[in-house]
Design a protein around this ligand. Structure first.
Ligand code: SAH
Length: 458
């Protein structure tokens, strides 16, 4: 086979025009047809780029100078934007972010699902695309003997030193992370060290109920004991009366997973409350809860609209978490069956049904890909099936059970366009048609996008 030679060499400088963006937000420009991926390059821009890595089919470059800036380029408001791995596209104005996410979804539906004609609506954005996150989870490190909290530098595990504010984070979360860190520091708690696997405090997590202002603080340690627990609790609760729950979680494994298996309530309630629309939710430490409540309400309203429920409809909500979508749907349906793998989340879901006086939602612990085939074999007939899987999408066994159940409609909520497209293809081949897809901007300033798709058999 003839060896194709890249037309560029490492350390060379080239002027190019960006034509496109990668899925992680890098500009793509070509030199004699050879693509270079360049962080912070925007489509339409002409720039001077230094080649930093040369692969067979593509290379990487560093942006040295933007010669002709895009009208969509803006000054990133965060002063650690270029070091932090959290946000990728603060240098792009919000209109372009929304437009880009819509295009990305269209492309993926075309390429992976072979559905070029399905309508993909304009991305539903936020009026104020900042300070939207209701959950902060920061790694704890040490510098000159003092504790520090910050995000990881891009593609690394170095902590950006003591970040005082994160402008996509709820303000109260920002303040509480700092308060918890400073209090732990005052009582001499050491930071966990990934390399030596020694030290105590690994992460500080804070959750705020956006509509209630209630706060949960979670200390995640390697050790079984959190030293000076009582003093920490006293200092924290004196600092902020909104704190309703203080949790200690033990994670003694060498892993990137933040939380471990043992969870103790060291003060207050095991959960905090929040509301979405008319429904109130209790959220415990280990349960999944959407991180952007403003957009979540829009997403769930869309789910309800797509489900087109009548009072006779039976609904399955797979990957139901604490029952958020289930309870939204239960308002209009005859009966909702929720299934979810985390037992704590199902406990929350049951309590949440009770809390809202809803008796037509029933929840089950289990893997959706095992439970749905079982229900199908038992003859359960669902009119509508809603799925909201994690990034890896639905298991094939679950998709086959859905096809066999023949519901009138499927509402697929996804945080990953690629796996959504893969699964839509399988469901299409099983007799469903994709009617429309709605992107919702759940994660402004990042390349992530949330989606909701409607399929039906008609
Ligand atoms: N619909 C919920 C949760 C969506 S997140 C909401 O909007 O809040 C995805 C959920 O799927 C998480 O709660 C996760 O614990 C759960 N999960 C992951 N794998 C699963 C599986 N194989 N079977 C059932 N649930 C699963």
């Amino acid at each position: 086979m003839a060896k194709v030679k890249a037309p560029v060499k490492k350390n060379e400088e080239h002027i190019l025009t960006f034509e496109d963006l990668t899925h992680d937000g890098q500009g793509v420009g070509k030199v004699d047809g050879y693509p270079l991926f360049v962080p912070y390059g925007l489509p339409g821009e002409e720039a001077l780029v230094k080649v930093v890595k040369v692969n067979k089919k593509f290379g990487y470059g560093k942006l040295l100078e933007v010669k002709k800036p895009s009208p969509n380029r803006v000054q990133p408001p965060c002063n650690v934007f270029y070091q932090c791995g959290g946000c990728q596209i603060q240098h792009m104005n919000y209109e372009m972010q929304l437009q880009m996410k819509q295009n990305q979804v269209k492309n993926v539906l075309n390429k992976i699902a072979h559905l070029p004609d399905v309508p993909v609506h304009p991305t539903i954005g936020m009026d104020e695309p900042w300070r939207y996150r209701n959950k902060a989870a920061l790694p704890v490190g040490e510098k000159n003997g003092e504790l520090m909290t910050g995000f990881y530098r891009m593609r690394s595990h170095d902590i950006i030193s003591n970040m005082e504010t994160c402008i996509v984070q709820d303000k109260q979360n920002d303040e509480m992370v700092q308060a918890a860190r400073d209090i732990a520091n005052r009582f001499g708690i050491s930071a966990y060290n990934e390399e030596t696997d020694r030290g105590v405090l690994r992460h500080i997590m804070v959750r705020t109920g956006k509509n209630t202002n209630e706060v949960m603080i979670i200390f995640i340690t390697r050790t079984k004991h959190l030293p000076h627990k009582e003093k920490i609790v006293k200092a924290l609760t004196e600092a902020n009366p909104n704190i309703k729950s203080i949790i200690h979680n033990v994670n003694d494994r060498r892993t990137n997973v933040i939380m471990g298996n043992k969870t103790y309530v060291i003060w207050g309630e095991p959960y905090i409350y929040d509301t979405i629309g008319d429904i109130r939710f209790g959220i415990s430490a280990k349960s999944f809860y959407q991180i952007n409540p403003v957009q979540t309400e829009k997403l769930y309203k869309k789910a309800l609209e797509y489900a087109q429920l009548t009072k006779n409809d039976i609904v399955i909500d797979a990957y139901c978490g604490i029952g958020t979508i289930s309870l939204f749907l239960a308002q209009k349906a005859k009966k909702v069956y929720g299934v979810e793998i985390v037992p704590e989340a199902i406990d929350d879901a049951r309590k949440n049904a009770e809390l809202n006086g809803m008796t037509n939602a029933e929840f089950f612990v289990g893997e959706a890909e095992k439970v749905l085939p079982m229900w199908q074999a038992q003859g359960l007939q669902a009119d509508v099936i809603v799925v909201d899987p994690p990034r890896k999408g639905c298991d094939e066994k679950l998709l086959q059970a859905m096809i066999a159940m023949k519901p009138k409609r499927i509402v697929y909520v996804s945080c990953n366009p690629s796996t959504l497209a893969r699964d839509l293809r399988i469901l299409e081949d099983g007799g469903f048609q994709t009617k429309e897809v709605q992107p919702v901007d759940m994660f402004p300033q990042t390349m992530h996008v949330e989606l909701i798709a409607l399929m039906s058999r008609e």
